[in-house]
Design a protein around this ligand. Structure first.
Ligand code: 13P
Length: 352
């Protein structure tokens, strides 16, 4: 009963923060165990969800970084030269970096908890400079929400997917309301593994973007071409299509909650990273498409992450590029040393 009272007062941050509420009624949910109830994670998660640090800051710009570095990366049909810039100019301000760790279907209760705590500790000194999110498997979200809260961390808690209905007979699915309920503030949409392994189509992706943004959460829209599309010169075309379809209903005022993750499918989990030049070329084009859809000024504030075998060794060179504003990491997000080094590189990428 007391949970119902809390939900009714949710719009008020002060009530949620200052009035402890017992959550014993949640103990049976999802087999989460009694320790979560003792920790009152729901109250903490709600407060954290509303923290300013969990939303994109209104001032998302930081000084520009230089473009430099050697290039040990994979190059299957280079796009370099065809689109060197987004016409925003190399002196343009870069948006605040955003690094996400997509844990995919990895970790267990103990290792996930340990990793989340380590991420919270390691990224504390970087909070002023950048945003960090982790995307654990659904079942560990409440546990990790609590851990981030206990650590006083600004690391955003993200979900790897969501469903496009609030509730009902959708066996196996998880709604945005449920995600918000446990402190999630960002959701991955259209990840290539969902598009290509789970066969999620464009309309489904569009609907998910609409649901996430309508709920006021940060939407990380993942796009990217397959190998055969790159070698046949279709990279920009595919990104254009996926962007235009995914953002079909998105309004300019929702862009502060949008992050685009450019993840070439052939680079994901393969160890074959795009060259900084190829990634920049694709991402510059993505920004140009955003500018056509929403105007140049709005487009200039959108964070565009690169994802696909980003490592501690190649992150700095990639993120030195004008339109690479962070990374979405799979494998490297599971190793705290690598994840930390990549976050540090992201923070450094916008230093004058
Ligand atoms: P890897 O970093 O393992 O290539 O995965 C990237 C990814 O898919 C992040 O969403």
């Amino acid at each position: 009963m007391r949970i119902v009272v809390l939900r009714a007062f949710r719009p008020s941050l002060l009530i949620v923060v200052h009035k402890p509420v017992a959550v014993g009624g949640l103990c049976g949910l999802g087999g989460l165990g009694s320790e979560l109830c003792e920790r009152d994670w729901l109250r903490c998660g709600d407060a954290a969800f509303l923290r300013p640090g969990w939303a994109l800051p209104s001032d998302m710009t930081t000084p520009s970084a230089s473009t430099s570095g050697s290039n040990p990366s994979f190059n299957p049909g280079s796009n370099s030269g065809s689109n060197p810039g987004s016409n925003f100019g190399s002196g343009a301000h870069k948006p605040r970096p955003f690094v996400g760790g997509n844990w995919k279907m990895n970790t267990d209760r103990a290792s996930g908890l340990a990793l989340a705590k380590a991420v919270a500790a390691a990224t504390k000194p970087l909070e002023e400079a950048m945003d960090v999110a982790i995307f654990p498997p659904f079942v560990y979200l409440p546990l990790i929400s609590q851990a981030l809260c206990d650590a006083g961390s600004k690391v955003m808690l993200g979900a790897q997917d969501c469903y496009i209905a609030e509730k009902g007979a959708f066996t196996g699915e998880v709604s945005i309301g449920m995600l918000k309920d446990v402190g999630v503030s960002a959701v991955l949409v259209g990840h290539s593994e969902r598009r290509h392994i789970m066969h999620e189509g464009d309309d489904f992706v569009t609907a998910k973007v609409d649901f996430v943004l309508a709920a006021g959460l940060t939407c990380v829209l993942c796009i990217g071409e397959k190998l055969e599309q790159r070698v046949t010169g279709q990279t920009d075309h595919i990104n254009e299509l996926q962007l235009e379809r995914g953002l079909k209903h998105t309004k300019v005022e929702q862009l502060s909650k949008l992050v685009v993750a450019y993840e070439p499918v052939w680079a994901i989990g393969t160890g074959k990273t795009a060259t900084p030049q190829d990634a920049q070329s694709a991402q510059a084009h993505i920004r140009t498409v955003l500018a056509e859809m929403f105007g140049k000024e709005a487009a200039s504030t959108v964070r565009i992450q690169y994802g696909g075998s980003m490592t501690a060794a190649n992150a700095a060179t990639l993120m030195a590029e004008q339109d690479i504003n962070g990374g979405l990491l799979g494998g490297a997000s599971l190793k705290i040393e690598d994840f930390t080094a990549i976050c540090q590189a992201a923070a450094a990428s916008v230093k004058a």
